[in-house]
Design a protein around this ligand. Structure first.
Ligand code: ATP
Ligand code: MG
Length: 198
């Protein structure tokens, strides 16, 4: 499961667990996206913060793991490169890329979509505001064969987003029960998301 995870929240975690359950996955690997190398160091530090928050969030689930592959690769984080990497790691494994319906709806415009479909199945999870029915519009762009690699997943609806969490922190509002407690504490300890730039 890829994402910016800025920060990770219960919407991500519920989606990952629901996918594991529904598709009988052995484990879910969380892959925080990297930062372009020309960004200021402050933002690079933010990548490490996102990684550590993701670690704190997944540590309590034995079936969850996380990967630094996109952080360490540098340059733009292309899902196609990441899936090629995991395929090479173990070509005998059936890899599934878990994503919210909002992200999947954009997939035709992602870098090298042919590699994405070559190296993985896709799981499109429902997300409040993005009904799975909208995915049918993708068929004309992707064709039938690729559409068959997109599996739909209904997830208990959690109308949570990282943008909303960042905005709440900025306004001094509570983010309790939106993110794991350890993530909430990490954000407070590091003073993340307090200024308008972050
Ligand atoms: P932002 O508001 O900053 O875009 P976000 O909450 O969308 O953050 P991302 O890191 O962009 O989080 O999302 C990573 C993946 O998780 C995406 O595929 C996204 O669709 C999915 N996702 C995020 N929140 C939810 C949610 N509440 N329910 C289902 N899927 C979600
Ligand atoms: Mg998003």
């Amino acid at each position: 499961m890829g994402g910016t995870f800025n920060p990770i929240h219960y919407g991500h975690l519920v989606t990952a667990e629901a996918a594991r359950d529904a598709f009988g996955l052995d484990e879910v690997v969380f892959i925080p996206s990297g930062q372009p190398p020309h960004k200021p160091p402050r933002e690079v530090a933010r990548a490490e913060d996102r990684y550590l928050m993701t670690l704190l969030a997944v540590a309590t689930n034995v079936h969850f793991d996380l990967s630094r592959v996109e952080l360490d690769r540098g340059g733009p984080s292309y899902t196609s490169d990441t899936l090629a990497y995991f395929h090479t790691l173990d070509p005998t494994v059936d890899w599934y890329f878990i994503s919210g319906a909002d992200a999947i709806l954009e997939i035709a415009s992602w870098h090298a979509p042919e590699d994405i479909f070559r190296y993985a199945h896709l799981i499109a999870a429902s997300r409040p505001g993005y009904s799975l029915e909208r995915l049918t519009a993708l068929e004309s762009k992707l064709g039938r064969e690729r559409m068959a690699r997109i599996h739909q997943l209904e997830v208990p609806a959690l109308a949570i987003s990282s943008s909303q969490i960042r905005e709440r922190v900025r306004q001094g509002l509570s983010i309790k029960y939106l993110v794991p407690e350890a993530v909430e504490q990490y954000i407070a300890k590091k003073g993340l998301y307090r200024d308008p730039e972050g």
